[in-house]
Design a binder for this molecule. Sequence first.
Ligand SMILES: *[C@@H]1O[C@H](CO)[C@@H](O)[C@H](O)[C@H]1NC(C)=O
Ligand SMILES: [Cu+2]
Length: 122
Amino acid sequence: MAQGRGTSAVILFWCVLVVVSEMADATSYVVGDNNGWSFHTNNWPNGKKFKAGDVLVFNYSPSQHDVTVVDANGYNSCNSSKASKSFHSGHDQITLGRGTTYFICSFPGHCQQGMKIAINAA
Ligand SMILES: *[C@@H]1O[C@H](CO)[C@@H](O)[C@H](O)[C@H]1NC(C)=O
Ligand SMILES: [Cu+2]
């Protein structure tokens, strides 16, 4: 009986440890670094290695910009009409799923001025 409880405690300990270490493993990125989410951010992802679970933080003024999730076509043509999600808080924290996620600003002309990023998460 006492032995059973001990085993449960050990299993629980390992579960907690696994969850905590997975959380610690996720990286948080401020998009555009000190410039925030703004024009000409399209090259910001270059050289970074993202993974599923990482968090992107978009800082911007909600009266001037937004964060809109689109597909590859929407990204390439800067067309937000088929957006799957849109964020407006000015401080959006978005957890990446596996694969490529395309973010653009849907304000007229902003995406064309490089307010767009394609993030590939392993
Ligand atoms: C954006 O995409 C939609 C649907 O895919 C299309 O109807 C619309 O004409 C496009 N807008 C522009 C400006 O290309
Ligand atoms: Cu914008």
